[in-house]
Write a protein of this length. Structure first.
Length: 219
């Protein structure tokens, strides 16, 4: 696989990526709703396989994909299979269509892509019948970001300004995109900011108060 500037970036930064406890808890809850064992799961942007390793504890088959070969070499040690793949420029493994997935997890992944609509169309092809797609992505229009921008204090060190983020997505815009792509929302389980606002979620705007959008979908 020819190395490019994007791959070099993830080789250098990939070991820094992780997942906060609340987001991990919410994703695992959405996975467990589908049954806790013997699922075929694809972890997109798997990095070293740190999250996929959690999924394997329930006897699931977990396969990872990441653009960084350096990270995939680590993921291969803990996952059933792992592939170094630039999904926007290379062919996906044919066996993904021949043997589709019960669950596909894209945690903080879709904002790193140039062509999100094409990606979603491919995902539909590799989901098993009644398979579920779980996506998490930052909500750029969360209220504290709006205040910082209004005051002219939004800077390059903001978490939303990760240099690898191609698109800054809002909750509303992201949801419109996935529905347009032909997915149906099964359940939403977001990270709110501050967290205690979650108990009021039926009465307040997620576009304003959701920090990380977490949605389970079905094609």
């Amino acid at each position: 696989m020819a190395e490019n500037i994007i791959q070099q970036y993830y080789d250098q930064r990939g070991l820094e990526y992780g997942m906060n406890k609340l987001r991990k808890k919410k994703i695992l809850e959405l996975v467990s709703e589908e049954g806790t064992e013997n699922k075929r799961i694809l972890d997109m942007g798997c990095a070293t396989g740190f999250f996929g390793k959690e999924l394997k504890r329930k006897s699931n088959i977990v396969i990872g994909i990441d653009i960084s070969e350096k990270l995939i070499n680590e993921a291969k040690k803990v996952l059933d299979e792992a592939y170094a793949l630039d999904i926007e420029n290379e062919e996906w493994p044919k066996q993904f269509i021949e043997n589709p997935f019960d669950i596909i997890i894209c945690a903080e992944f879709i904002e790193h892509l140039f062509d999100q609509e094409k990606f979603l169309s491919i995902i539909k092809e590799i989901l098993a019948p009644n398979g579920k797609l779980i996506i998490t992505t930052p909500n750029f229009l969360v209220w504290n970001n709006r205040i910082k921008m209004l005051l002219g204090r939004y800077g390059l060190k903001e978490v939303f300004n990760d240099r690898s983020h191609i698109h800054l997505l809002s909750y509303k815009g992201f949801k419109e995109m996935i529905i347009r792509a032909g997915f149906r929302v099964v359940r939403e389980s977001h990270v709110w900011y501050p967290n205690w606002l979650e108990k009021y979620n039926a009465n307040i705007s997620p576009n304003l108060f959701v920090y990380q959008t977490i949605i389970k979908l079905q094609a």
